[in-house]
Write a protein that binds this ligand. Structure first.
Ligand SMILES: [Fe+2]
Length: 239
């Protein structure tokens, strides 16, 4: 994938003090899988995938928009190619957020956890208990963020939704209890997820839970975040 740093900076200048994120999940969108994608999404600063999308689609979108890509895998990434991409640090088209926390361009703190609740022997399925341990594995990084940057997290990315927010009663689509706890305790501005397909315009896709906006990114969603105040203050000093 081509480097997007300079172009991302150019994009950021279009909306001073804010950063625009294109969030995608679960289904390919023709407006994005198009050579005209940059005309439809001209001022996007970064691309985030919540899973169950082919890496070729994500690589195409990130390249056409010339922006960095961050992703988690969903429960349907079980091709040999996807396995290789998740295990190797070489040749990955973007940054795998699974059990990881990344400070994007020293602006945004982004963490993620892949997969769904365990419902058969498929890949990237975890019991509620295993998901608790995955969330616990993020805690040292979140506490360090609070010490260094004054906040735990800006964006939490998962494939599955939190427990009883946008989820469904059947086992494969049940939400994750540990994600709900993470949102309540660590208050990311956004919790982006996928996994829950949307077939009706009346389906609720956005829910405010304590200080976190939980967003189902099925298809695509665009969000505009205020840059952290500390980052804006640094920019003012540089002027
Ligand atoms: Fe899924």
């Amino acid at each position: 994938m081509i480097s997007a740093d300079s172009n991302a900076r150019k994009h950021s200048q279009n909306h001073e003090g804010k950063i625009k994120v294109l969030c995608v999940s679960d289904v390919e969108i023709s407006q994005i899988y198009s050579e005209k994608a940059v005309e439809r999404f001209p001022d996007v600063d970064l691309l985030i995938s919540c899973g169950d999308l082919p890496m070729g689609y994500l690589d195409f979108a990130a390249t056409m928009l010339n922006v960095p890509l961050y992703f988690v895998f969903g429960n349907h990434h079980h091709t040999p190619a996807a396995k290789k991409q998740s295990m190797s640090s070489d040749g990955i088209s973007g940054h795998n957020l699974h059990e990881n926390c990344i400070h994007h361009e020293k602006k945004l703190l982004i963490a993620g956890i892949e997969g769904s609740v365990k419902y058969n022997r498929g890949p990237r399925q975890y019991t509620q208990l295993q998901m608790w341990f995955k969330v616990f594995s993020l805690i040292p990084k979140l506490l360090l963020n609070r010490l260094i940057h004054g906040r735990y997290l800006d964006i939490f990315v998962s494939h599955a939704p939190p427990w009883q927010i946008h989820d469904q009663p059947d086992l494969p689509h049940q939400g994750i209890k540990a994600f709900r706890w993470l949102d309540k305790v660590f208050s990311p501005k956004y919790h982006l997820h996928g996994h829950i397909h949307v077939y009706r315009s009346t389906t609720v896709r956005e829910t405010v839970y304590y200080k976190t906006t939980v967003l189902n990114c099925y298809g695509f969603k665009e969000i505009l975040l205020d840059l952290p105040k500390s980052h804006q203050a640094k920019k003012e000093k540089q002027k």
